[in-house]
Design a protein around this ligand. Structure first.
Ligand code: GDP
Ligand code: MG
Length: 289
């Protein structure tokens, strides 16, 4: 995971560096986490990408709720953006990705054909905040075991084009963007998914908030995973119950909150509790503009 300290000067530099690279590409692939499509979005992305054709990937779709992913695809479509669900671990959605990249490039190729020019490969770069799966995707697409994974925001200078099948050329280093900082709710969701370091908040609080969210929105998954007969009103009571089920007890019969917190967080991130999406388009219904 990339650990980056973002500060305003750094963000400005990153933006400029990515915009320089954008001049070289035909299509931008914006990578998002399917479980938190808007919370995993860079707050200035529209400004950064501007009018460049764009394809949105809802990555880690294997961990997200399929119905919610469908809703998110419709949401982006309604905003004039093409979004596809991808699982980088097994390559599902990759055919659609290739197709969407070519679709996004079509306007330009049509013009080239009109002018009698030869069609060249479509040039693509991947952008996204840390941990959405940029390096994994590049590795999978290029078939390399370990693509260069930089910790530097923006794009490193010694970049290279990698030829992919389907007449695509990919920039081998992704554009690393900063996540949203301002909103606490967003921060919490980034913490649930492991996108930001756990020590920003203590793990016990993160787990408690996650249990609260799950007991409200994924009741059956939570009950089933931890063999709970019924759920309590208070999140902390549910956390205690989970702790007891998993033997997270220390001397004197007290609850080992650190241990139970780690169990719940790890199992959530591994998809063991279920396929869980943490935000729906309905959460973002816009007020009058
Ligand atoms: N379950 C699942 N995990 C993924 C997927 N894509 C990436 N990951 C995992 O997400 C973590 C972050 O991936 P990485 O490529 O380092 O993200 P980057 O920071 O954007 O370059 C790694 O542990 C990957 O194995 C996916 O589609 N599904
Ligand atoms: Mg990376």
């Amino acid at each position: 995971m990339e650990q980056i300290n973002w500060y305003p000067g750094h963000m400005k530099k990153t933006k400029e560096l990515i915009q320089q690279n954008l001049k070289l590409v035909d299509v931008v692939v914006e990578l998002l986490d399917a479980r938190i499509p808007l919370s995993s979005r860079n707050p200035q992305i529209d400004d950064i990408v501007s009018t460049k054709p764009r394809v949105i990937i809802l990555n880690k779709s294997d961990l997200a709720n399929p119905n919610q992913t469908r809703k998110w695809m419709e949401y982006f479509k309604s905003k004039g953006l093409c979004a596809i669900a991808v699982n980088t671990m097994n390559g599902s959605g990759f055919n659609e990705l290739t197709q969407s990249i070519h679709d996004a490039f079509k306007e330009k190729t049509d013009k080239m054909i009109e002018k009698g020019m030869r069609i060249r490969p479509v040039r693509v770069m991947i952008v996204g905040v840390p941990n959405v799966g940029k390096s994994s995707l590049i590795n999978r697409l290029t078939g390399k075991k370990s693509a260069k994974t930089g910790n530097k925001p923006g794009v490193t200078r010694g970049k290279q084009w990698v030829r992919l099948k389907g007449n695509i050329e990919l920039l081998d280093t992704p554009g690393i963007l900063w996540p949203k900082f301002e909103d606490q709710n967003v921060g919490l969701k980034l913490a649930f998914t492991g996108a930001i370091k756990d020590d920003i908040l203590d793990i016990e609080t993160i787990a408690l908030r996650l249990i609260e969210f799950l007991s409200e929105n994924y009741t059956d998954d939570l009950k089933e995973r931890y063999k709970l007969e019924k759920l309590d009103e208070q999140g902390i009571d549910n956390m205690d119950k989970i702790a007891k089920k998993r033997g997270c007890i220390i001397s004197g019969g007290r609850i080992d909150y650190t241990r139970v917190a780690n169990i719940v967080i790890d199992e959530f991130r591994e998809g063991k509790i279920g396929r869980i999406t943490l935000e729906t388009p309905n959460d973002f219904i816009e007020t009058i503009e």
